[in-house]
Design a protein around this ligand. Structure first.
Ligand SMILES: [Fe+2]
Ligand SMILES: [Fe+2]
Length: 293
């Protein structure tokens, strides 16, 4: 497969993608989304959905209700009058943010085990989501909420590898960390597919916006055909900033290209450091919010 002009899979490669998905699904059991998450996503796709329907689905889940209310009352959505019901909270947040809150809950539910690797993947995924949204807001590249979701899910394929082989996977990531090796190359050697490929299959299986699956698929690709002002580039930059902020996932991503630092306005070491500090600050703040409900 080759990266298309915009860093996405070209139409001509669609058939090999389908073949690839079949291969991944033959080899791995892909986890289903929690029921409440599927219900919200299906409802949001229905052109005639109502806020009342959505708030009923959310209200059936106590943890999600608490989180939706807490986030709608956070400084990011500062209101003159704080939302008192899920219905009001949804109106304050908007549907895209609501979808993201639900997806964060899903990611958390897959990674809630006390396993050290799962914990690190959770922290990295949340940090990458916040970094991607921040980069999107700074540059106007992609919709910020889409960037958030892409950041959250860019390494989702790791869940499949981790669940399929918890001990072996843990050993592998530690080896990669110690040897400063490449995680994707090691994964291909050990599991036939890397997490970017499995991520694409999983996101397709969950019927998530295809732009996210495609961006996740390419986020470790180092070829020239990735445009610096694409969602893939946002993910690469987010990954790098997370690593610098001590919120990475075991292997060190390559530093951003000159074109990327230009696009993201961090051409000198100081501004790059400032950006990674910003990611750290956002993570510390929001981690509490997401952990609170
Ligand atoms: Fe990755
Ligand atoms: Fe990552």
């Amino acid at each position: 497969m080759e990266a298309g002009r915009f860093g996405y899979i070209s139409k001509t490669a669609q058939e090999s993608v389908r073949e690839h998905l079949r291969d991944v699904m033959e080899r791995y059991k892909l986890p289903s989304l929690p029921v409440v998450v599927s219900k919200v996503l299906i409802t949001l796709k229905d052109p005639d959905f109502s806020v009342r329907q959505l708030s009923r689905i959310i209200s059936d889940d106590a943890a999600l209700t608490g989180r939706t209310l807490a986030i709608s009352r956070s400084p990011r959505y500062a209101q003159r009058r704080q939302p008192r019901s899920v219905h009001e909270a949804i109106l304050v947040l908007g549907f895209h943010t609501l979808r993201n809150i639900v997806m964060v809950a899903a990611a958390q539910s897959f990674l809630s085990r006390t396993n050290k690797v799962a914990k690190q993947l959770w922290r990295h995924s949340l940090a990458a989501a916040l970094a991607a949204r921040m980069l999107s807001e700074r540059t106007g590249i992609a919709d910020p909420e889409l960037a958030f979701l892409a950041g959250l899910l860019h390494d989702v394929g790791e869940i499949v590898l981790l669940n399929g082989d918890p001990r072996g996977f843990e050993q592998m990531v530690e080896e990669v960390q110690q040897s400063h090796g490449s995680l994707v190359i090691k994964e291909r050697e050990q599991y036939a597919f890397d997490h970017a490929s499995i991520g694409l299959a999983l996101l397709d299986f969950w019927d998530i916006d295809s732009r996210i699956g495609q961006a996740a698929y390419w986020h470790h690709y180092d070829g020239e055909s990735i445009d610096a002002d694409s969602l893939v580039s946002i993910l690469k930059m987010a990954d790098y900033l997370c690593f610098r902020a001590d919120l990475g996932f075991f292997s060190e991503p390559p530093p951003p290209t000159a074109e990327m630092t230009h696009v993201f306005g961090c051409e000198d070491a100081e501004s790059l450091e400032a950006l990674s500090q910003e990611v750290r600050g956002a993570f510390d703040e929001e981690n509490q919010l997401f952990a609170s409900a």
